[in-house]
Design a protein around this ligand. Sequence first.
Ligand code: FES
Length: 121
Amino acid sequence: MTQTTPPPQASESQQYYERHIFFCLNDRDGGQECCARHAAQEAFDHCKAQVKAAGLAGAGKVRVNKAGCLDRCAAGPVAVVYPEAVWYTYIDKSDIEEIVESHLKHGKVVERLVTPLHLGR
Ligand code: FES
């Protein structure tokens, strides 16, 4: 009988960042739907500034990253927060501020902005 060793799991203390948010900034040619057409770059910049201003940026805290297409273009503009794997569809800067304050700072999901599960590409 062969025994298998379970894969290592990162405990909370092993996480380099407490939370990591990725913004799709993808721009599609030919007028196709994409996050870049919905001010994704401005939202990303605003999120980075808000996280920094709140003192949340850095190791053990929060990281804000650019991403290419996350393959949920029909729901765009989208961002996803890990480790919870919560997807958001935002509209404006106030939505970004709410995600920063509620989810990134306090770990509370902003339910009203959660991307509907059926929306993909
Ligand atoms: S262009 Fe943003 S998810 Fe595809």
